[in-house]
Design a protein around this ligand. Structure first.
Ligand code: EPU
Length: 453
């Protein structure tokens, strides 16, 4: 075994952090996907805006949810489990300012705290946001967020450990055009504008299904939000919002990950809870690569239709494009396609580093940091662009791998399961940040592995 990996993470090892995986067996069976990480956490923050308790259903048991729960609790929100398994009741009646130490304890844990700004400013007139965490997949600046908050009338004071915000005169509606349809900045505007005085017009908004579901949550709370084609959202501020009762949208990123696992290991996986509409773009690519799927009312069956798989050219993009979170497990499957595939990463500037470890396992992947000119470069939109050229099929063999980030880490586990021989995958805790019951699901699909550290 060789030690490889894009080892950017310095997270200390904890129990359940190291897997020994014996590959070469197809993953077959059923996994259930629950609520989306990228909706549930935002809906939890929205509960701060209500005068009455909210109920969120299908909340995934993942670390990001725990971080947001804890941050809500230090701000006085009572969070308890509802009667239905997987539901949370969030009662903001006791909402209050939190102490610096309590908030700072969450520094570096997640990117969601930035979304507390608007709700806390409405509620308390001030907010402190610790330094943010999340996956190390690029600079991940928050300039769009801060610029939007200033337009609502907030005073932003950057301090060594975080950002202090205040709004002594309250927040008012604003005209905002985002430089890029950022998911987080769109959520920031929505969560702030719903209680601001007057109308907000947001142009160049993100329109991911998770954003639409958040709009649904806010409408249930009493907000008035409408949208037009071309990424324009109007929000009419209201004086008061109440709690919601909402079942979270399913996690389409998790569904796509398991779909790619079926492709890469030549298995068959039924992803219970997956829906077609939110996955249209993914399903088209899945079919072109040589996958086949059956859509039922309860979920989607994923399997291979062809061996070897077929090469594709894809470019990650904002919705309705191919999501950046889908490319990593897809690239593992593409190592088994006959011919040359190209994956452009246009959303983040550092999200192809994980491919280095796949090469050590036998893959043939060349990363072009500046992207590719000419025939492969379909939309020369952002300077961040990178491209991976994957030539296959190449057999994969076991290796010692260090998980770099959430989606890259998932891709490593799938590569290890598809590989001949034994792999040792460490830093797996990062994967469990976003994949619920990850070990249980692997086991249910017949994966041959042990937790060794
Ligand atoms: N950006 C800026 N300035 C900003 C905000 C964003 O330059 O103020 C840039 C980012 O650096 C990035 C691009 O805009 O290059 C897109 O970022 P976006 O704001 O859309 O992403 P995000 O809200 O930070 C969410 C998800 C990501 C997912 C992206 C894209 C959450 C918690 N995270 O991130 O999910 O990849 O949208 O869809 O919702 C994951 O689940 O593994 C993950 C990273």
């Amino acid at each position: 075994m060789t030690l490889v990996g894009n080892a950017q993470s310095t997270t200390p090892a904890v129990s359940g952090d190291v897997l020994e995986i014996r590959g070469g067996r197809p993953l077959t069976g059923q996994v259930d996907v629950k609520g989306a990480k990228n909706l549930a956490t935002k809906a939890m923050v929205a509960s701060l805006l209500g005068e009455t308790p909210s109920t969120l259903r299908d909340v995934p048991e993942i670390r990001d949810v725990e971080v947001v729960r804890s941050l809500l609790e230090v701000h006085g929100v009572a969070v308890s489990e509802g009667e239905e398994p997987g539901s949370l009741i969030l009662d903001p009646a006791g909402a209050k300012s939190a102490g610096f130490e309590e908030i700072d304890a969450h520094a570096g844990s997640s990117r969601i705290p930035i979304l507390f700004c608007g709700p806390l400013l409405h509620l308390l007139g001030q907010a402190f946001i610790p330094d943010l965490g999340g996956c190390r997949i690029g600079d991940r600046p928050i300039d769009f967020h801060l610029e939007a908050l200033r337009k609502f009338g907030a005073i932003v004071d950057k301090q060594p450990n975080g950002i202090r915000l205040s709004a002594p005169e309250g927040l008012h509606g604003a005209n905002i055009e985002l430089p890029y349809p950022s998911v987080g900045a769109t959520e920031q505007v929505l969560l702030t504008a719903v209680r601001a005085k007057g109308v907000t017009e947001l142009r160049n908004a993100a329109i991911e299904p998770e954003i639409m579901d958040l709009i649904g949550v806010l409408q249930k709370m009493g907000a008035i939000i409408s949208y037009e084609p071309n990424r324009v959202i109007f929000i009419e501020g209201v004086d008061e919002l109440h709690g919601y009762d909402h079942r979270s949208l399913f996690d389409r990123n998790e569904a796509a990950s398991w779909a790619c696992a079926a492709l890469a290991t030549d298995g068959e996986i039924f992803v219970k809870g997956a829906r077609q509409y939110e996955m249209l773009t993914f399903l088209n690519v899945f079919r072109k690569v040589g996958g086949s799927f059956d859509i039922t009312d309860d979920g989607i069956y994923f399997r291979r239709a062809a061996t070897p798989l077929k090469p594709v050219t894809v470019e990650t993009d904002v919705h309705p494009g191919f999501m950046t979170d889908w490319q990593q497990p897809l690239i593992v499957a593409l190592t088994q396609a006959e011919g040359t595939s190209v994956v452009h990463e246009t959303v983040y500037e550092n999200r192809l580093g994980f491919t280095h470890a796949l090469n050590q396992m036998g893959a043939d992947i060349v990363v072009h940091p500046e992207g590719l000119e000419g025939e492969y470069r379909r939309v020369p939109r952002r300077e961040l662009e990178q491209a991976a050229v994957i030539t296959g099929p190449t057999p994969l063999t076991g290796a010692e791998i260090v998980v770099p980030d959430l989606r890259g880490g998932y891709a490593y586990v799938i590569a290890a399961l598809a590989a001949e021989g034994t792999s040792r995958v460490s830093n797996v805790g990062i994967i469990r940040r976003g994949y619920e019951k990850f070990f249980d699901k692997l086991e249910a699909l017949g994966a041959d592995f042990d937790v060794v550290g």
